[in-house]
Every structure is written in structure tokens, then in C-alpha cells.
Design a protein around this ligand. Structure first.
Ligand SMILES: [Zn+2]
Length: 56
């Protein structure tokens, strides 16, 4: 029981982090002129990687 609660809380925290990472990614693509132009962007790649990692 106790273990189950801890696991579900961990999942929730991860999904919150994934949400934040996704928002950061979206915010970046809005303000970044490279992303807006559809050009390769190292920052976007990094944010995207972090988001996918957190999302699982
Ligand atoms: Zn960018």
C-alpha cells in the first residue's frame, strides 16, 4: 500500500515536470527566431530531448 502510493506520487511529479518541459519547449518556439523560421535549433533539440525523457 505504502509503496503503491509512493510510486503514483513519483509518476505525478514526473508528469508535472514533463508538462513544464513541454511548456518551456512551446514558449521557446514562440520566442526563438530560428524555430519560428523552421531552422535547426540546438536549444529546441535539447528541450525536446528533455521533454521526451521526462514523458517516458
Ligand atoms: Zn529555438
Amino acid at each position: 500500500m505504502r509503496t503503491k502510493t509512493r510510486v503514483s506520487r513519483t509518476v505525478t511529479q514526473l508528469s508535472v515536470l514533463a508538462e513544464l518541459a513541454y511548456r518551456g519547449l512551446v514558449d521557446h518556439t514562440i520566442v526563438c527566431r530560428h524555430c519560428k523560421a523552421g531552422a535547426p535549433c540546438a536549444v529546441r533539440l535539447g528541450l525536446n530531448k528533455a521533454w521526451k525523457k521526462l514523458r517516458g
